[in-house]
Design a protein around this ligand. Structure first.
Ligand code: GLN
Ligand code: ZN
Length: 773
């Protein structure tokens, strides 16, 4: 029996190019090495290639306007004319230099900008950047004033739709919905909710949609991922207001309202009440939502079922998905169902086939964006009665292999996890007893000074690493180079007068990759780039198997460094939660379990460092906060296992050994109890830009342990004066006991230059001395 085929929809495809073409075109343009024409040509070429690729893969609903030169939230701000005045926009077409000034800041005179407009000589900062929901993609935060007016200021969605149409490809334009846009925006200069601007924003959406309609668009995908968040009644009402207004303005445009990154949960009724033609659901994150939706969705609502994981890289269980979907098609009819990835594919790498250095077995387990499109086609074909048995059995075999192989399952690891005891999670004594022993052993002055770990990764360091990786520099020469850098850095720290030294992390490419490459259970790609922000892409490690530590990872460097000085060198490790959160993780065991496995590997390293003589060991958890689930109701369970993992990693040492942790966030209020439960002896945090207000959370909680509030903003090239730092420290002393305070920069110094670092640290040490005096 032949049934009509449900449409296969793609919600968005990676824009960066399989060979990072967009990055290179952008950076060459920014460096003035190529013109706007070349950049725009590359962009057009990438769009065309993506459309054709998706068409050839059998995708029925192909997106347009998913492409962006930098960021789709920035594009939306520009599209609605939300461009703060300092960017020198004259209200006409938004020029590239205005766009990139919003993205990256600008320090140019008019001439350099290649423009004689008087306003174009400027020195403006970039918009703030923050994480896109719970992904590692960062968007630019739109800034709106209370008197904000909006006007359609870019026709990019229409232009791209027409561009595809000229190639003979009918697309479904993607736009960011008005409620999510406002929810992500921030209020400038005042205390008002950006959402109060909704009614003045909506006409712009109406105008855009009617232009898309005139251009021939039948469907438009409106992304509203905020539907997966905890919303207030007011925010839900905003959805109703927004979509009623849009439906009234452009009644004939069919909207596919796309939710993703989680369940609609208590926003389901709201979503179902909106006058839209379709609703997309993330059934990977929220598999249980399907039954509810089927029971409640009106019969004529087109359901887009996100069944292929847009956030992870594993081949799917196609047979199981088919079984799940068959009854849905039977009940609703193939024309009322679309098969889709759970979200846009910008969060996964592009093509497994480019990975020539991964072994065939591992490659056979993976599915990147291109492969995911193939999986979707198979599912749709299978639902329509086509013979897809080869594809299904190949997927099932890959899964079966993963389920059985000792490459994934390490008995020793599971046995060790099973035998963990409560005492493995606790330091022997409480903080008060520990700190007394540690103070005695370390003999540090009041207000001890230290740094967060890394020192400048200069061009020389990166060149040497690249040469070593290419094979142009042999191991001995490379190690010699790193040793010289390390020793120089130790001498310098002594000269500056820091109390607790670090080795400088010159041997590390990245704080997660360095450890991942030394642990079992991790794999690395060559081309598996994913956009982090703008032209910055990352290649997250892939955790495919049980994690263990075959041999020590940092001991030699620690020993080398400590042999050069009488002052204590901190052992420097990345924590289990951060390693987990910055990797692609297994889908066959809970994240919590992988996290505990990593914790045990780090614990071994901590104990080895202690045995080697380290009196202070820092375990960085830079990404602990960003792992928080989108829904507050899920925070506790995350924090429970995350904190447990940190404690497992840190608790194997004697009371005398001092455990530090470091976190670079700007918010602690809502997780302060969990931070305290980590039971670190010292925590360093980023406070220089918040005037120490961040410490209020610690004061209010009566946080018992020691704290290094950052006094030096390492994000900017400027060198803070001693007086600036003493002022900040005075603010800290109002909030903490003197005995609690350490003095350090906000974060690692790897992105700074020596010319900045040396005087800044000297000033910092002078600030400490002033306080002690
Ligand atoms: N130890 C690391 C460094 O100094 C910490 C970096 C971070 O927290 N992001 O580079
Ligand atoms: Zn940091």
């Amino acid at each position: 029996m032949s049934v009509t085929k449900p449409a296969v929809a793609s919600l968005g495809f990676p824009r960066i190019g399989a060979r990072r073409e967009l990055k290179f075109a952008l950076e060459s343009f920014w460096a003035g090495k190529s013109g706007a024409g070349e950049l725009l040509d590359t962009a057009e070429h990438l769009r065309r290639r993506n459309w054709i690729l998706q068409r050839d893969k059998g995708i029925d609903v192909i997106p347009s306007n998913d492409f962006s030169l930098y960021d789709h939230v920035l594009d939306t701000a520009v599209m609605v004319g939300a461009i703060p005045s300092e960017y020198g926009w004259a209200g006409d077409d938004v020029a590239l230099d205005v766009y990139f000034a919003m993205a990256r800041g600008a320090q140019t005179d008019g001439e350099e900008a290649g423009c004689d407009h008087p306003d174009h000589g400027r020195d403006v900062r970039a918009l703030e950047m923050t994480k896109w929901f719970d992904t590692n993609y960062h968007y630019l935060v739109p800034e709106l004033t209370q008197q904000q007016t909006f006007a359609l200021s870019s026709t990019k969605p229409v232009d791209h739709f027409l561009e595809a149409k000229a190639l003979g490809i009918e697309t479904r334009p993607v736009i960011l919905g008005p409620v999510t846009f406002l929810k992500l925006a921030k209020a400038r200069g005042g205390d008002f909710e950006p959402l109060t601007l909704l009614s003045s924003l909506l006409p712009v959406y109406g105008e855009l949609l009617s232009r898309l309609q005139q251009a021939g668009a039948i469907w438009v995908q409106v992304d509203e991922p905020a539907l997966a968040l905890d919303l207030t009644e007011g925010e839900r009402a905003a959805y109703v207001e927004a979509y009623d207004a849009i439906a009234t303005a452009v009644p004939d445009v069919k909207l596919m309202l796309a939710s993703y990154f989680g369940s609609l949960g208590d926003n389901l009724e709201t979503a179902l009440s909106l006058p839209v033609a379709g609703l997309h659901l993330d059934l990977v994150r929220a598999p249980d939502a399907l039954a509810d939706i089927l029971a409640k969705a009106p019969a004529d609502l087109v359901l887009s079922l996100g069944v292929i994981d847009g956030r992870n890289i594993w081949r799917a269980d196609l047979a199981a998905i088919l079984e799940r979907l068959r009854p849905v098609i039977d009940a609703r009819g193939a024309d009322k169902v679309q098969i889709a990835p759970s979200c846009s594919l910008i969060h996964v790498p592009i093509d497994v086939d480019l990975e020539t250095e991964l072994d065939a077995e591992l490659k056979g387990w993976l599915s990147f964006a291109v492969q995911k499109l193939g999986e979707l086609s198979t599912i749709s074909g299978g639902l329509a009665g086509a013979n897809v048995s080869d594809a299904l059995s190949s997927a099932s075999e890959a899964l079966a292999a993963r389920a059985e192989t000792s490459r994934v399952h390490d008995r020793a690891v599971s046995a060790r996890l099973a035998s963990l005891k409560e005492t493995d999670r606790n330091r022997r004594s409480g903080f008060a007893d520990r700190i007394a022993l540690q103070r005695k052993k370390l003999g540090l002055p009041l207000f001890p000074t230290t740094t967060i770990g890394s020192f400048p990764q200069t061009g020389d360091v990166r060149k040497a690493r690249a040469a070593f990786n290419r094979g142009d520099l042999d191991r001995a020469a490379y190690d010699g180079f790193l040793q010289a850098e390390t020793e120089k850095t130790i001498r310098l720290q002594e000269e500056i007068g820091l109390d607790v030294l670090v080795h400088g992390e010159f041997e590390r490419n990245d704080m997660v990759q360095y450890f991942g490459e030394k642990l079992s259970g991790f794999a690395f790609t060559r081309h598996g780039w994913v956009q982090s922000y703008g032209s910055r892409y990352v290649r997250p490690p892939i955790i495919f198997g049980d994690v263990s530590r075959p041999e020590p990872m940092t001991i030699d460097w620690w020993r080398f460094a400590q042999a050069k000085t009488q002052r204590p060198i901190k052992g420097m490790l990345t924590g289990p939660v951060t390693i987990l959160n910055w990797s692609f993780v297994r889908d066959d065991i809970p994240r919590a379990e992988t996290c505990r496995q990593i914790a045990l590997a780090i614990r071994d390293e901590v104990q080895d460092l202690e045995r080697a003589g380290a009196a202070i060991i820092q375990i960085d958890e830079a990404a602990l906060r960003e792992g928080l689930p989108l829904r507050v109701s899920e925070w506790k369970s995350y924090l429970d296992w995350a904190i447990d993992a940190f404690r497992l990693s840190a608790s194997g040492v004697s009371d005398e050994t001092q455990i530090h942790t470091h976190m670079c966030y700007s918010e602690f209020n809502d997780i302060i109890a969990a931070i305290a439960a980590m039971d670190a002896d010292v925590i360093s945090i980023e406070t220089s830009r918040s005037k120490m207000e961040l410490l209020d959370a610690f004061t209010a909680f009566d946080y018992p342990s020691e704290i290094g509030p950052g006094v030096y903003d390492i994000h900017a090239p400027r060198i803070p004066a001693t007086s600036e730092m003493t002022e900040l420290l005075d603010l800290a002393r109002k909030r903490l006991d003197d005995r609690q305070i350490w003095i350090n920069p906000d974060c690692g110094l790897k992105t700074r230059r020596w010319e900045e670092v040396k005087p800044a640290l000297k000033n910092m040490v002078a600030a400490a001395k002033a306080l002690r005096g």
